[in-house]
Write a new protein. Structure first.
Length: 249
């Protein structure tokens, strides 16, 4: 089966040929798509041990984190922790999750993702946008963190090309992602691809892509919505390989 980055390269080639003079843009989600959320989860849990002088997570490895950040209780149940300890850990995690997203040492990108982003940023009349469910109140924090992490790869994100959630933590995130695509369209960009780890977000975007011109790329990291909901022009993968991308362009 063709590598998902090869699909992306081939699709980009076709869209550039079809729309020679258009400003093309590929749009990325952040959490679970650019950033590997397992490292943030581990950082918070280790921080809990440090602050509480406990030893619950000293042996926890990255490979043990196979659940979405909203499903931490699955791990605590597997560990056999009592209700009181679980409530304490879950409350701490919930309070620290958003603040920890801005701590540079708690964040780690997926291998190869910045090389992919840099490649697109170097192409003529081609741009990279960010479409996240993070709240608008945190606008400059993800820019600072991502630009710090991407500096070595020559990647830089702009404020204009970042769409965030203006409706609060209780917002319908798939609808936010749909609004994000419309935001970039209204700026005059032609969206040719959207990368997200949540199938329900990709489905929401597919519903406003009547020509099936947006390649939907499912980053198979940690996600909570079922893959079966995805429709439209989509491919899946997790290995960001710029060589596969280049070979298909």
């Amino acid at each position: 089966m063709q590598h998902w980055m090869a699909f992306l390269g081939s699709h980009f080639r076709k869209m550039r040929k079809k729309y020679v003079n258009d400003k093309l843009i590929i749009v990325f989600d952040i959490d679970g798509t650019i950033l590997d959320m397992r490292f943030i989860i581990l950082f918070i849990l280790r921080n809990f041990d440090k602050r509480n002088k406990s030893n619950y997570f000293s042996k926890l490895r990255i490979s043990d984190i196979d659940f979405h950040e909203t499903q931490l209780k699955l791990l605590l149940d597997r560990m056999g922790l009592n209700t009181e300890d679980q409530e304490s850990i879950l409350s701490n995690f919930e309070n620290l999750f958003l603040p920890m997203l801005t701590i540079k040492k708690a964040n780690k990108p997926f291998r190869g993702v910045f090389e992919i982003i840099r490649w697109f940023q170097m192409q003529p009349n081609t741009y990279v946008g960010l479409n996240t469910g993070r709240p608008e109140s945190l606008r400059f924090r993800p820019l600072s963190s991502l630009n710090f992490l991407g500096k070595e790869s020559g990647v830089r994100f702009s404020n204009e090309l970042l769409f965030m959630n203006k409706k609060g933590l209780s917002a319908n995130i798939p609808l936010i992602k749909r609004e994000g695509i419309e935001y970039f369209r209204n700026l005059g960009f032609r969206v040719f691809a959207f990368v997200d780890n949540e199938p329900e977000n990709l489905k929401a975007v597919a519903e406003i892509d009547s020509k099936s011109e947006i390649l939907l790329l499912h980053a198979e990291s940690l996600f909570k919505s079922p893959k079966s909901v995805m429709t439209g022009n989509f491919v899946s993968g997790i290995d960001y390989c710029v060589e596969k991308l280049r070979s298909a362009v």
